[in-house]
Design a protein around this ligand. Structure first.
Ligand SMILES: CC(C)(COP(=O)(O)OP(=O)(O)OC[C@H]1O[C@@H](n2cnc3c(N)ncnc32)[C@H](O)[C@@H]1OP(=O)(O)O)[C@@H](O)C(=O)NCCC(=O)NCCS
Length: 175
């Protein structure tokens, strides 16, 4: 998907994009981009990469089997989740995040999904406001996003973020 006259192109990540993405948006020992690419290869996700003027500027993953956190998955079955949305700091506020989200919605719709979800940190008001503007609705569901990251010294840190789950209806379906 190309956004307007400019310069944002979003497409499925290819193997050769992974190293370039790691350079633009480093994940160090966590190797998050590799894991996302692997899940895409296994068929459980679609890993989208955005280029701005041909430079990797952001990415996001659609988890087809539902939300990463099992309690959210249980509460919202058959609802793919946009996960790991990130835009490189120097490329924010230029429409890259919006273009990734719209591309994810279009792919989900093509695959026959009538809704798509996204978690956002309770303290991430800017991101939350953007998603609401794009048509996502606060489901009222609150949960803890649990993950770990490994710092440059190799120390593992457990992280827990309080999040709310947003859902966008992609098309009307009879109940
Ligand atoms: C949240 C995030 C993904 C949004 O991506 P983004 O590329 O900055 O988003 P967009 O540019 O599409 O829209 C965001 C802002 O830019 C504005 N905008 C949209 N298109 C624009 C354009 N062509 N030119 C200038 N501004 C634009 C929007 O109005 C919005 O304004 P705001 O500052 O009031 O929020 C990104 O900021 C990010 O990676 N943040 C850190 C990580 C994070 O919070 N991830 C989300 C986890 S849920």
């Amino acid at each position: 998907m190309r956004d307007g006259p400019s310069r944002i192109v979003v497409r499925k990540c290819r193997q050769r994009d992974v190293a370039a993405l790691e350079e633009s948006a480093p994940t160090g020992r966590n190797r998050y981009h590799e894991a996302r690419y692997r899940r895409q290869s296994e068929g459980t996700s679609t890993f989208l990469i955005a280029h701005l003027d041909d430079v990797p500027a952001g990415c996001g993953e659609i988890l087809w089997e539902g939300a990463k956190e099992s309690d959210v998955r249980g509460r919202f079955p058959d609802c793919p989740e946009i996960n790991g949305l990130i835009v490189v700091a120097g490329h924010r506020s230029q429409g890259v995040g919006t273009t990734i989200i719209r591309a994810a919605e279009a792919i989900a719709l093509r695959r026959g999904h009538h809704r798509i979800g996204m978690g956002v940190g309770e303290d991430n008001s800017r991101a939350g406001a953007l998603y609401l503007r794009l048509g996502y609705q606060d489901t009222g569901y609150r949960y803890l996003d649990r993950y770990h990251h490994i710092d440059e010294r190799g120390t593992r840190h457990e992280v827990t973020d309080r999040c709310l789950f947003l859902v966008k209806r992609l098309r009307d379906v009879p109940e």
